[in-house]
Design a protein around this ligand. Structure first.
Ligand SMILES: [Zn+2]
Length: 486
């Protein structure tokens, strides 16, 4: 797995603290434990990209709320490891004391961030909000050492600013587990990105303005709906629109033809999912932003950043179906979700859509067989992975396995229930929990109740015990699997 499990103690010496002390106030200790941290409510960010130097200069107003029960004296922020904070001030413009220093995540040693600690005077009382203004900047060179897909950088070919690279300050500490347990909070945003005028800025959200000055253009986007992430990309994009501007696709010029096909596919795929799972309440339209292969596709309520292969190769369009299916996901309520209920379902649906829209008969079974052999290899290389139950994958940092193990689980449920009942069960789950969210256990309980057939053995083996992992590790074939569970 990409993350390590054991807690690695980070020595204070690793923390090269640079403390600013405006007005004589002491900067917060860089290593002091943080009892609670606030939630982001709104971002207003202006970013100037120097595509020659590969750097950005950012000015970030971050509105935060104390949703905890006790006052919050110190706000911890994670920022990209090579970026530095120059100044932090409060809403009145008064400078705030802060410390900063590069730290490794305690549970993911390869992942380093600049951890910033901002002292609030007075501490933020429970229920209160305040705004921090953070001036920061520096080079953006990706996270090859921790997240191979985060190749985010600032250049004329592409400038990519997104949540994954910490290219803007994010509330949190250098601990994957702690940040995930705090949850992915939705916020509103307005983001401005200034780039050479030869480039087009793509943003998840509504384009508010576009101003050109001295050969540089500033694009301002604001959120259409609250989101947990910010995605901004600049390149020589071609823009396509559909459905009266509700759908926008930003594509690299060489993929303009593929983008048109993808736009058509977007319309029919959303129609198919809507037929299966019902209409999306408050659907704000969708922006699709092309990124190069290997950069990692991402889905959000209003935007998808999509790797180029789905544009270039019709046979790879299933990756786009995958991302679109996430629009129907119920919010996860587990502190550390196992993710089979989202990623496993998306992996299954991407091939079911292939069968329906591409007349690719047998795609679902073929993909399940492929995943079985891939998993057997994974378990062969890491026998300890086969000792975990899927329900614990979030806790045990094994969610990469949820994609394919989850895919097989949904394959079995689909075959056991039949298509109609299967889709109806997913639909009713979505409708019941769309607003409130659900835990993975609630998902299982709902499916069991709706199914009308006994699914105890499937869920026991595949979700609650490591039994499925053991049989997959032993190299079970799809035929044997069918005999065993159907
Ligand atoms: Zn996914």
């Amino acid at each position: 797995m990409k993350k390590t499990l054991g807690l690695i103690l980070v020595s204070a010496a690793l923390f090269a603290a640079a403390c600013r002390k405006p007005d004589g106030a002491a900067a917060p200790s860089p290593t002091e434990p943080i009892a609670a941290f606030p939630e982001p409510v709104r971002y207003d960010i202006r970013i100037d990209a120097d595509t020659e130097a590969g750097t950005i200069a950012g000015d970030c107003a971050l509105r935060i709320r104390n949703a905890a029960g006790a006052p919050i004296p110190v706000v911890p922020l994670n920022l990209y490891r090579l970026m530095e904070v120059a100044e932090v001030s409060d809403a009145s413009g008064a400078r705030l004391a802060f410390s900063q220093g590069v730290r490794s995540f305690e549970d993911w040693r390869e992942l380093q961030v600049n951890q910033i600690r901002v002292g609030l005077r007075p501490p933020l009382a429970p229920g209160e909000e305040t705004t921090l203004r953070i001036k920061y900047g520096g080079p953006l060179l990706g996270y090859a050492e921790a997240m191979r897909y985060v190749k985010d950088h600032v250049g004329r070919d592409l400038t990519l600013i997104r949540t994954d690279s910490f290219a803007y300050p994010q509330v949190g500490v250098p601990s994957w587990r702690t940040n995930r347990a705090a949850g992915l909070k939705d916020f509103d945003f307005a983001v401005a990105l200034t780039v050479p005028s030869s480039l087009v800025v793509a943003g998840a959200g509504r384009l508010v303005s576009r101003d050109e000055k001295d050969g540089r253009t500033t694009y301002v986007y604001e959120s259409k709906v609250p989101s947990w992430r910010i995605d901004l990309a600049a390149a020589a994009y071609t823009v396509l629109e559909g459905e009266d501007g509700r759908f926008r696709i930003f594509a690299f010029p060489e993929d303009a033809e593929g983008a048109q096909a993808l736009l058509d596919s977007l319309t029919v795929t959303l129609a198919l999912y809507t037929e299966w799972f019902g209409p999306l309440g408050g659907f704000p339209g969708l922006t699709v932003i092309e990124i190069p292969a290997g950069y990692g596709s991402q889905a959000d309520r209003a935007a998808i950043i999509q790797e180029a292969d789905a544009f270039k190769d019709p046979a790879r369009r299933y990756t786009f179906y995958h991302e679109l299916s996430h629009l129907w996901n119920v919010p996860a309520k587990d502190p550390l979700p196992p993710r089979f209920e989202s990623e496993g379902l998306a992996m299954f649906l991407q091939h079911l859509v292939q069968e329906k829209l591409e007349a690719k008969a047998g795609a679902v079974g073929e993909a399940a067989a492929g995943s079985l052999s891939r998993l057997a290899k994974n378990f062969g290389e890491h026998p300890d992975w086969a000792k975990a139950a899927m329900i614990d994958y979030g806790e045990k940092d094994l969610t990469d396995l949820s994609y394919r193990m989850g895919q097989i689980l949904f394959y079995l449920l689909y075959e056991k229930l039949g298509e109609r009942s299967f889709l109806e069960t997913i639909r009713s789950f979505d409708q019941a929990y769309r607003t409130s969210g659900a835990t993975a256990r609630q998902f299982v309980a709902h499916v069991k109740k709706q199914a009308g057939v006994n699914l105890d053995r499937i869920f026991e083996d595949w979700v609650f015990t490591p039994r499925a992992a053991e049989v997959v590790a032993a190299g079970i074939s799809l035929e044997e699997l069918r005999r065993r569970y159907l």
